[in-house]
Ligand binder design. Structure first.
Ligand code: CFM
Ligand code: HCA
Length: 539
């Protein structure tokens, strides 16, 4: 680390946690780790994926957000029905920036619609199954989508509507597959439980149900949701290299992709947090190995392409990949030259989701920027410490809410994708079934904070004065009122793509403009002159 954060981090952590009552302070302390150099990630542990203490302002979402909003919602030719009161659907309507281009002559695209059963008092009292059945019937008749998904929100779980039975019945009646997700918001501790529920149903109901011919160098991109068009840039580069993308889960995807993805020869895992379940299950059943990649950042993109080349082990493919890397890097470097001098040495903090806080560090380092503090909202320990050190990743705190699928190899369809000895060698090299986690990229003098709260961010700003904070909508304007620019890494502040080579240039341009805007010097925080609101407890 070139920049001294100017703060003794251990005492800083004590100071932050001392703001809380003693029991809460003890809990929060376990979510903060001052990284020590030379620790290969074996000794230091972080508490993650536990319930947020009520009263603390968190950035997290709910199980329904993780299932409907994140993993299933992006399928464009499906109708996604939210079974619950209207607000659950309305407030999640087009809030995530998963982009989609309709395919084929039919060109089905229902993403801009907002479908809900709009449950009322009488449905809560007498049950909402009939209303749900009618909603599915109407959606099938009016739109003829490729498939229909049903997402239960909190009250549905409380009153016990059997949405699975309704889905089975209506699948038969309409001839359209209906996938029902018991992703009631209260399940688990964050959106993470919803990812798991979505993965299980895709695997159980759709994957492997249709066939497709895929070439030798065929891949799926798992955990890439096409936010701000990222998947378009990734597909551009992969196709240029001669790599066939069978399916992306779930950016720019259609239902058919979900059904035929088992025909690819390799799974590339972008967001490990949201999709590791599917990667594991696909390997067990269909024998498709998975590899962690990061397409955010120029050098990460090149490194990931080289990993793919190593896997396929083909001289012509490798040569082609190398020439694409040389051409794309040269072009991006030329474009970046204008921004680099204004970005070098700038300090950053990243508090995002379950993978971006890690992925974007690589892009920042390409630009000479320095991440001082980072953390996820809802990731699990393996996303921080690495999978190698935590073999028991499936024992999630949230798994008690999730039906574990029994997955067995499918001898009918299984064909070894790789010679077993070569597979083992690649695993030993850390190329397959392995994820390093954020740890390895946070060296001495950095601080890792899981599920950061507003008050903790406020302290960080006052003590470390970063040049930029990367976060989401829940704290963007709190941060900016302190005079610090906040780059949203969920929706890119409506810009993008930020993935790959062209994305790196877009990101540098946007961040440069933010950091060098004169506006921040003129900002006076209303909180700096005293509390804007006071509250007290009556005896
Ligand atoms: Fe994976 Fe995501 Fe993320 Fe995520 Fe999300 Fe997202 Fe995110 Mo927002 S799947 S964990 S649940 S990369 S919606 S596209 S930006 S929090 S870091
Ligand atoms: C979600 C979706 C979200 C929210 C973004 C944010 C997204 O968690 O339900 O908090 O700014 O990326 O749209 O993560």
């Amino acid at each position: 680390l070139k920049t001294d954060p100017g703060v003794d981090l251990e005492s800083f952590v004590d100071e932050v946690t001392s703001l809380y009552p003693p029991k809460v302070a003890k809990k929060r302390r376990a979510h903060m780790v001052v990284r020590k150099d030379g620790d290969p990630g074996l000794a230091q542990q972080i508490e993650a994926n536990t319930r947020t203490v009520p009263g603390i302002i968190t950035q997290r979402g709910c199980c329904y957000a993780g299932c409907k909003g994140v993993v299933i919602g992006p399928y464009g030719d499906m109708v996604h029905i939210v079974h619950g009161p209207v607000g659950c659907s309305f407030y999640a309507w087009l809030t995530r920036r998963n982009q989609f281009r309709a395919r084929g002559e039919a060109g089905k695209n229902y993403l801009s619609y907002c479908f809900t059963t709009d449950m009322q008092d009488e449905d809560i009292i007498f049950g909402g199954e009939k209303k749900l059945a009618q909603a599915i019937r109407e959606a099938a008749a009016i739109f003829r989508p490729e498939a229909i998904s049903v997402h239960a929100t909190c009250p549905v779980g409380l009153i016990g509507d059997d949405i699975q039975a309704v889905a089975r019945e209506l699948s038969k009646e309409t001839g359209i597959p209906v996938m029902a997700f018991n992703c009631e918001g209260y399940k688990g501790v964050s959106q993470s439980a919803g990812h798991h529920i979505a993965n299980n149903k895709i695997f159980d109901m759709a994957l492997g149900t249709r066939e497709r011919e895929a070439g030798r160098f065929s891949v799926n991109v798992l955990g890439e949701y096409n936010i701000g068009g990222d998947a378009y840039e990734i597909e551009r580069v992969l196709e240029k290299c001669g790599i066939e993308v069978v399916a992306t889960f779930s950016g720019n995807s259609v239902y058919e992709d979900m059904c035929t993805a088992h025909s690819a020869n390799l799974n590339l895992v972008m967001c490990h947090r949201s999709i590791n379940y599917l990667a594991e299950m696909m390997e067990t059943k269909f024998g498709i190995p998975w590899m962690k990649v990061n397409f955010i950042g120029m050098r990460s993109m090149s490194q990931s392409l080289r990993k793919i080349a190593r896997y396929f082990d083909d001289a012509a493919l490798t040569a082609r990949i190398e020439s694409v890397i040389a051409e794309e890097e040269a072009r991006a470097e030329t474009a970046l030259a204008a921004y680099m001098p204004g970005l070098e040495g700038k300090t950053a903090m990243l508090f995002v989701g379950g993978s971006r806080a890690h992925h974007y560090m690589h892009l920042m380092r390409d630009l000479g920027m320095e991440p001082l503090v980072a953390g996820f909202e809802f990731a699990h320990r393996d996303d921080y410490e690495g999978r190698r050190v935590i073999p028991t990743i499936r024992v999630d705190a949230d798994s008690k809410n999730i039906e574990e699928l029994k997955v067995t190899a499918d001898p009918e369809r299984y064909r070894p994708r790789l010679d077993p000895a070569y597979r083992e060698q690649l695993e030993r090299e850390g190329l397959l079934s392995s994820y390093e986690g954020m740890w390895d990229d946070m060296g001495e003098g950095t601080l890792v904070i899981d599920d950061v709260s507003h008050v903790e961010i406020e302290k960080l700003i006052h003590r470390m004065n970063p040049d930029i904070i990367c976060s989401g909508i829940k704290d963007k304007y709190v941060i900016e009122k302190f005079g610090v620019p906040c780059k949203q890494l969920h929706n890119y502040d409506y810009s993008g793509p930020y993935a790959g080579y062209e994305g790196a240039v877009n990101f540098a341009r946007d961040v440069y403009a933010m950091i060098h805007s004169p506006a921040w010097k003129l900002t006076r925080s209303p909180f700096d002159t005293g509390p804007t609101l006071t509250a007290g407890l009556n005896d």
